[in-house]
Design a protein around this ligand. Structure first.
Ligand code: FES
Length: 123
């Protein structure tokens, strides 16, 4: 019986580090919520919904696992990546900038359009 070479699994895709920086330091991105006009920082791999909540910003949500679409919103700038392979979005919706922040991380600074967002605290 011929032995097969062991092939290492590919590392998970992530937006969390800057390959050109020469370090493994995590890259935090700024996320602006409009029309609320508030900004928060999102850690690598951190769902945008959770990062917003940690900053005292409430976005609509329910299931928090990418299926119910309660958190559906649109980005007007920046790039995001969904953390699950099949979020409840069509390819057309993704192409139009729609995302589910409960299962999406920021890959750059981002602007989200979330009319129902509100802040728990004053700036
Ligand atoms: S909270 Fe259900 S899809 Fe995001």
């Amino acid at each position: 019986m011929q032995e097969r070479p062991i092939v290492a699994a590919a590392p998970p895709l992530s937006c969390g580090s800057d390959p050109g920086s020469g370090t493994d330091a995590p890259v935090f991105h700024s996320v602006r919520v409009q029309p609320l006009g508030r900004t928060f920082k999102a850690a690598p791999g951190q769902p945008l919904l959770r990062a917003a909540e940690e900053a005292g910003i409430e976005l609509p949500s329910s299931c928090r696992n990418g299926t119910c679409r309660s958190c559906l919103c649109q980005r007007s700038a920046g790039e995001v990546r969904h953390l699950i392979p099949w979020p409840g979005l069509s390819a057309e919706e993704k192409a139009e900038g729609w995302l589910l922040p409960c299962v999406a991380e920021a890959c750059s600074d981002v602007v989200l359009e979330v009319p129902l967002a509100f802040a728990l605290f004053d700036d």
